[in-house]
Design a protein around this ligand. Structure first.
Ligand SMILES: [Zn+2]
Length: 190
């Protein structure tokens, strides 16, 4: 027995009309970083089709070192596989999407955070840093963290967005921009 059974039936329907595609870049040249919250599924809220976008989801949609490492590797892979024929100047845009009512916001409460640290063995400081209490603030911090990451490829741009659980609407808070070799941040041309 598995709770996957009804989903496997859906997969059977999916596979009946499925057409495989070769390894290549995401159709929309997008790499979405967002929360694992089941109310924030990017395929649903953005209407993504299969092959449209790369997606990383973690608690809060935070730009952790692990996320930065994955983006660095994917940029390398994209450059190697199809950088020249498809997009000489841009590989993909990373869209960081945080949301209101995030469960990580509970970690802002010191006693809740202390209990969480005891239960999980994680450091209280790390838990506090991962909390999304104001998504407009954290998305800005995470876009900046990514733009100043030494491993961010120059052909990767970064944008910031907030998803409002109450309305279902996404607001772009930071337009796509590239990191500068000097560490400064500048807007994209398009
Ligand atoms: Zn969340």
């Amino acid at each position: 027995m598995t709770r996957m059974t009804p989903l496997l039936e859906r997969n059977d329907q999916f596979a009946r009309t499925y057409t495989p595609s070769a390894l290549g870049g995401p159709a929309r040249q997008l790499f979405i970083v967002t929360c694992l919250d089941h109310r924030v599924d990017p395929a649903i809220v953005f209407g993504l089709q299969l092959g449209d976008a790369l997606v990383i989801r973690n608690a809060g949609g935070r730009v952790t070192q692990a996320v930065i490492d994955d983006i660095a590797y994917l940029a390398f892979l994209a450059e190697q596989l199809f950088g020249e024929q498809d997009a000489p100047d841009a590989l993909f845009e990373v869209a960081v999407v945080h949301h209101t009512q995030c469960g990580t916001g509970l970690l802002a409460d010191p006693s809740f955070r202390h209990q969480a640290a005891e239960a999980t063995g994680l450091a209280e400081a790390a838990l506090e840093a991962s909390a999304v209490t104001d998504p407009y603030t954290t998305v800005k911090a995470d876009v900046e963290r990514l733009l100043t990451a030494p491993s961010l490829a120059p052909k990767v741009s970064v944008s910031g967005h907030v998803y409002d659980i109450a309305t279902g609407r996404i607001t772009t808070t930071l337009d796509a921009q590239y990191a500068q070799p000097t560490g400064r941040i500048s807007p994209t041309n398009g």
